[in-house]
Design a protein around this ligand. Structure first.
Ligand code: HMG
Ligand code: MG
Length: 298
């Protein structure tokens, strides 16, 4: 197609698998990433260099990256919470790292065991090292539309943190609705508040579908000017520190929604559904994405 480009960041190998009860074998994680690469993604989140005591599922991210047949036209990124994580990422030769904080103090403490300000202070020393190594840095903010521990979150607070990440050198800030509590109206208000602090082109939407609102929220963010969305094949995902939170918006749904409005995602939806089927078979789960099911039924 020749529509306006949108960029999709496929996070299943990280956000998806970090929430599985088992630690999945390296070979399976590598195969997932290779299959996703074959569907047209240009940006794959491959894992995380975090404490194995906190998130055991992301152990062996180094081995996953080592075994991948990395393609020059794909950005491979990993999450890093601190300098130690960054050093591992650099040694593994990634193109990009993502630092992550939260819009609520309670969630920051549960997820990364520090305050928001402390987390930002941990990211500061990473920035010049990343610049030197030619590694781009993306920023994540969790709980942008509500917190499982603290409830409501003020959009202005999110906007302030987004601005801090941007000023620090994050080229993009992904706004995470960790628990899927968001609604389209609140999503629009959030994007508007953030767009007063940094260019809307530097924002990405990261919606979880716990309440079934993710696609509606993506649409609201799209209408507010966002052109980058995170998704997870077959709606895999969650966060170990957000009890009950289910998967990310299915990338299949993102592709269907965006392409139907003339945007060009670059993704082959048929092949993506093949990947959804494959991963669901591997994980013994039933395909949760309505788009994938409809495509298979027709
Ligand atoms: P801590 O316990 O305060 O830190 O954890 P520490 O410095 O005392 O370290 C604890 C242990 O971890 C030590 O090992 C360190 O060496 C080790 P021990 O002495 O016990 O053997 N350690 C590390 N190991 C590997 N890589 C590292 C690293 N750093 C320390 N980088 C810490 C603080 C930040 C490390 C911890 O809380 C942590 O790793 N948290 C990660 C939590 C996480 O990964 N959550 C999921 C991702 S975020 C998410 O899903 C949200 C998102 O999708 C957006 C959304 O939906 O909202 C992005
Ligand atoms: Mg997430």
């Amino acid at each position: 197609t020749t529509g306006e480009p949108v960029r999709l960041v496929e996070v299943a190998a990280r956000d998806g698998l970090q929430n599985e009860s088992e630690v999945l074998p390296v070979a399976m994680r590598v195969e997932l990433l290779e299959r996703l690469a074959d569907t047209g993604f240009r940006h794959l989140e491959a894992g995380a260099f975090v404490s194995p005591r906190w998130v055991p599922q992301m152990q062996q991210t180094r081995e996953v990256l080592g075994r991948l047949n990395r393609r020059p036209d794909i950005t491979y990124s990993v999450l890093v919470p601190n300098s130690r994580g960054f050093e591992s990422a650099r040694a593994a030769g990634v193109d990009e790292v993502a630092v992550f904080t939260a819009a609520s103090e309670a969630f920051a403490h549960h997820n990364i065991n520090c305050s928001i300000a402390e987390s930002l202070a941990r990211f500061e020393p990473i920035m010049p090292l990343a610049a030197q190594a030619g590694i781009r840095v993306r920023g994540y903010i969790s709980c942008v539309l509500g917190c499982p521990y603290a409830g409501d979150v003020d959009p202005r607070k999110v906007a302030t943190i987004a601005r801090q990440l941007f000023d620090m050198g994050c080229y993009e800030v992904s706004l995470g609705d960790t628990t899927g509590i968001g609604t389209p109206r609140r999503t629009r208000e959030l994007i508007e508040a953030c767009a007063r602090q940094l260019p809307v082109g530097a924002l990405a939407g990261h919606f979880h579908d716990t309440w079934g609102m993710a696609v509606a929220n993506v649409q609201a963010a799209l209408e507010a000017g966002v052109r980058v969305f995170d998704g997870s094949v077959s709606a895999l995902g969650g966060c170990p520190y957000a009890p009950g939170a289910t998967g990310n918006v299915a990338t299949e749904s993102l592709v269907r929604l965006l392409e139907s409005q003339g945007f060009d995602t670059g993704i082959d939806l048929e092949r993506l559904v093949d990947v959804a089927e494959w991963v669901d078979r591997k994980l013994s789960r039933r395909m949760p994405s309505p788009v994938a099911r409809a495509i298979r039924a027709n």
